[in-house]
Structures are given as C-alpha cells and as structure tokens.
Design a protein around this ligand. Structure first.
Ligand SMILES: [Zn+2]
Length: 100
C-alpha cells in the first residue's frame, strides 16, 4: 500500500539493500520525495539492479530486479528529477535499510 513503508521517513545516511539477499541497491543520497507514497530514488547503485520491460496490467513499464538474486524491487519511470530524469519507485517491503 502507498504510504505504508517506514522508509518514506527514513532520512539517515546509509544504503537500501535487497531484502532477499542484502545486496546494497540504492544509496540514501539518491532518495527523494516523489509524493507518490513509495520510496523513490533517482539512481541505483552501479550494477546493483537489472531492468527489463514489463507490460503487465496493460502498461508499458520497466521492472527493476535485484541483479544478485532476481527479487522484484519495483519499477523505474522516466519522470524523475534531473540530472538522471529517472524515478525508481520501490516496494518498501523489498528493501532493508542499513545506516553507514
Ligand atoms: Zn537480492
């Protein structure tokens, strides 16, 4: 459910990792408030995620999976802030948070 993730109010420095295998996927500095109710990031860590086209639900979307274990993490959209222009819209239950 939107607004259900405790990560929405997580603003400490650290890294968000795949809940399945604990591989770091997003740096907390890449997180931004998208207003959608989902934890959102402007970029993933290098080589941390795999992206593939997903046309389920009749929508053309890009699915984001953990590059290590293949867990579904969320979707990426191209309406994010500059400079990346990307919005990684993540499912909070697919992530864990580690302070650095
Ligand atoms: Zn994983």
């Amino acid at each position: 459910m939107p607004y259900s993730s405790p990560f929405l109010t997580e603003h400490r420095p650290g890294r968000f990792a795949c809940a399945g295998c604990d591989t770091a996927a997003f740096d907390a500095r890449a997180k931004f408030d998208s207003g959608t109710g989902w934890p959102s990031f402007e970029r993933a860590l290098p080589h941390a995620v795999q992206e593939r086209s997903d046309d389920s639900l009749g929508m053309e979307r890009t699915e984001v999976r953990c590059a290590t274990c293949g867990s579904h993490l969320g979707h990426v959209f191209d309406d994010g802030p500059q400079p990346t222009g990307l919005r990684y819209c993540m499912n909070g239950v697919a992530l864990s948070f580690h302070t650095t």
